[in-house]
Design a protein around this ligand. Structure first.
Ligand code: K7E
Ligand code: CUA
Length: 765
């Protein structure tokens, strides 16, 4: 081991060795033309590759947060490289992040219980990033669950789910999460109607007893939490509400929710009735709901609501009386509703239509102000005549669904589900500018910051429902296909196909990467799910085991490459809690914690404290270990959970465990350490001769290496102490530990060296 390391250290410190490797690789390279010929690539392919290929060490310009569909997660990837960066666990337990395994995240998942029931998955559809003045600010992310009416709050400081709120009145939802321009509210609209409060009524009373709704969840920016106690809903007719969007600028204070199945059909194919799909697409039009949420907020604050499940609901009658709600006809089975960057227009697609409808907010507002209505629906909600609201209807193709805006004025992109195309068109003039085919059956699409007041343009992603023949077959269940499209020119250009093998993404949102400021490490001892200091976090040196009756609490630390304590003894039947703090300061030094056969699995990022709870119901000796390859001696990052059988009494120790060491062993280890120190010193000399202080990443690594050398010094002192007492057993082992820290310091030192070489560091005078 040592020889290998030493060789490695020397080779890496020798500049000549590095040069040789580079020279060798150039000699064997094919020419560009040869590669094109061999792989059958065109110039067009090459151009697309050049536009997306992201060389090692380089980063993406935009970050996409995509819904993970049935996985109940959020998928994070970069644009233009389309490299997946993370899956954020939201509604579903996820072992890599320890989500649903540690006690802290179990509490978050438990917030998602509905009517006392665990719903350990979700159907995530629409993510939304917090906004300030209509622009994404990168602080928090919201996502809805269609399967059970819930909204989750994810902190973009650490990309972890911190809150789940359950809608108190809906049985089904879809039109969330959409934020108002300053994230005052997170909008969540119902989907399939229900008896508000999730109550019962026979379907024969559908028209009278069933309802739709939109909930406005109050978001407290400072706390980073939704406040259910300051949130309210508006009662709506039992049309199947679909997507929503918030007004912005001129239309700020309003929100728009479309609907389908305004026929209020309840199905019954098994009774000889036509199925839902027939009964829900009979009418030529459905309704766009226009809600003055600022006025609804005033009504809420004035107490003009009743409570259902302790949640404020403003009745439909109050909304009608106060002029808060109006409807306008939309073409058959509408789907997306997307407000333009200037807030003046609302583009609505229609699944069974060929044209997109562009509504004018100005016209809608004028009609409402003048109380100019064409009639009322069955519930007395005023209906604005289509011609009094419409700016234009533009034939685009079959099945226009969702729209996203370009940085260029009046330019919008709309997905065409049936045609499997994206249409680029001008919504001011009402003309189609370009079309591109995608594979296959596009649902949503996302342009960079395309739903904000300042869209960034450049790229568009088609979120396709089917992949069919695009990728290597992997059985009947195919991945999804996200296709990257260049929209910087007049013509759209397809650049890249990315398979997404998780769930079916619906919507995605994309933000400029430099707006995100995620943490590198937690403040020491943080409960990441609350963001607060964990009450049971301990510093190295203060680890302890506390017993209280049959409850045992282990206050543990983890650092390369050991847990403290390493032997935990409990009695059969004890309830044992491991509260573990990762005491690393170094970037990316995550440790895991698993216990054999007890189903324990934690992820401990630097500074994080997390808890595993078990009932020690099976006597035996069970290894616990680190599940992240964190250092050369990662496999040695282990310990024993000793569960003693009831009534077990240990005989006096025979000292029969392990190997015995002599002075010769100690001397040999001592010599090794002295040699290693010489290598470290040479690396240190190199680093300090360079301008490493100009590179924050290098400075952080140097800090870490300095930490390791400090630990090495402490272990060295212990070794020498024992040597003085001629306790060669402990002296040798502590000398070994001293060497362990040296190895870690050397490892980090070499990382710094490589970093400096690759980033053009210079010699300091
Ligand atoms: Cu799939 Cu927005 Cu839920 Cu359309 S939705 S595709
Ligand atoms: Cu810690 Cu492996």
């Amino acid at each position: 081991m040592y020889k290998i390391l030493r060789k490695g250290l020397l080779a890496a410190t020798g500049v000549a060795g590095l040069g040789l490797i580079l020279a060798g690789s150039t000699a064997s390279a094919e020419t560009l033309d040869e590669v094109l010929a061999r792989r059958g690539l065109s110039q067009q392919d090459l151009l697309a590759a050049a536009k997306t290929y992201t060389p090692t060490g380089k980063r993406d310009e935009f970050i996409v947060f995509s819904s993970g569909g049935q996985s109940g997660q959020v998928i994070v990837y970069g644009v233009p490289s389309m490299r997946i960066l993370k899956y954020i666990a939201v509604f579903t337990p996820e072992p890599w992040q320890g989500y649903g395994y540690d006690e802290e995240s179990k509490k978050v998942l438990a917030q998602g219980k509905i009517d006392g029931r665990d719903v350990p998955w979700g159907d995530t559809h629409h993510p939304a990033i917090t906004e300030t003045n209509g622009d994404q600010d990168g602080q928090y992310l919201f996502i809805n669950d269609k399967s059970a009416p819930r909204i989750a709050v994810i902190s973009l400081h650490d990309f972890e789910t911190q809150q789940i709120v359950v809608n108190p009145i809906m049985q089904s939802e879809h039109g969330g999460a959409f934020v108002t321009p300053n994230s005052e509210y997170v909008i969540e609209a119902a989907q399939y109607p229900g008896v508000l409060g999730r109550g019962f009524a026979p379907l024969s009373e559908f028209n009278e007893k069933f309802r739709g709704a939109v909930t406005y969840w109050k978001f407290n920016r400072e706390k980073g939490r939704i406040e259910p106690e300051n949130s309210f809903s508006v009662e709506l007719p039992p049309y199947t509400q679909d997507l929503s969007d918030a007004g912005k600028l001129v239309s700020d204070g309003w929100s728009f929710t479309n609907s389908f199945c305004s026929e209020r059909y309840v199905g019954g194919i098994e009774r000889g009735r036509p199925p839902f799909e027939a009964g829900c697409s009979q009418n030529d039009t459905d309704y766009l709901h226009i809600i003055n949420w600022k006025k609804a907020e005033e009504l809420y604050k004035a107490g003009k609501f009743s409570k259902i499940n302790d949640h404020a609901v403003i009745s439909m009658q109050t909304l009608i009386d106060e002029g808060v709600l109006a409807l306008v006809a939309e073409p058959k089975s509408p789907h997306g509703v997307d407000v333009s960057p200037d807030g003046k227009y609302i583009v609505v697609g229609g699944k069974l239509d060929t044209q997109a409808s562009v509504y004018s907010f100005e016209k809608i507002k004028a009609a409402i102000d003048a109380k100019k209505f064409a009639g009322k629906d069955a519930y007395g909600v005023p209906i604005i005549a289509l011609e009094d609201a419409l700016h234009k209807q533009v034939p685009l193709g079959l099945g226009p669904l969702h729209s996203q805006y370009d940085s260029k004025p009046c330019v919008v992109y709309t997905s065409l589900y049936v045609d499997s195309q994206v249409a680029k068109w001008d919504y001011c003039e009402g003309k189609v500018l370009d079309k591109i085919s995608v594979h296959y059956n596009i649902g949503h699409l996302v342009a960079m910051e395309g739903e904000t007041v300042h869209p960034a343009g450049k790229y568009l992603i088609a979120l396709n429902k089917l992949a069919i023949d695009r990728f290597n077959p992997v059985g009947p269940l195919h991945p999804q296909n996200h296709q990257l499209i260049d929209i910087s020119g007049e013509k759209m250009e397809l650049l890249y196909d990315m398979p997404l093998p998780l769930g079916e993404p619906h919507y995605a949102t994309a933000i400029a990467a430099d707006k995100l400021k995620p943490l590198v490490r937690y403040k020491y001892g943080t409960d990441s799910r609350t963001g607060e200091k964990h009450p049971d976090a301990v510093r190295p040196g203060s680890e302890k085991v506390e017993r209280n009756g049959n409850k045992v609490k282990v206050y543990m630390t983890a650092i390369r490459s050991h847990f403290t304590p390493e032997i935990v003894e409990v009695e059969e039947g004890d309830e044992v809690e491991f509260v573990i703090t990762n005491s690393e300061r170094a970037q990316d030094e995550t440790h895991g914690f698993a216990i054999s056969t007890y189903g324990v699995n934690l992820s401990l990022e630097p500074g994080k404290t997390a808890t595993a709870k078990i009932k020690a119901d099976k006597p035996g000796v069970f290894s616990y270990y680190c599940t992240e390859f964190c250092s050369a001696l990662h496999l040695e990052m282990t310990g024993f959970l000793v569960v003693k059988p009831k009534g077990f009494v240990e005989q006096a120790s025979t000292g029969a465990e392990g190997q015995a060491y002599t002075q010769a062993d100690y001397d040999k280890q001592f010599k090794t350490n002295t040699d290693t120190q010489a290598v470290i010193d040479s690396v240190v000399t190199y680093i300090t001769s360079m301008n490493f202080k100009d590179f924050p990443d290098a400075v952080a690594l140097v800090e870490d290496a300095t930490d390791q050398l400090k630990f090495a010094g402490e272990a060295k002192a212990k070794a020498e102490d024992f040597a003085k007492k001629q306790d060669w057993q402990n002296a040798t082992l502590w000398a070994g530990q001293w060497w362990q820290y040296q190895v870690k310091a050397a490892d980090i030192g070499l990382r710094v060296k490589t970093y400096l070489e690759q980033n053009g560091a210079k010699k300091v005078q």
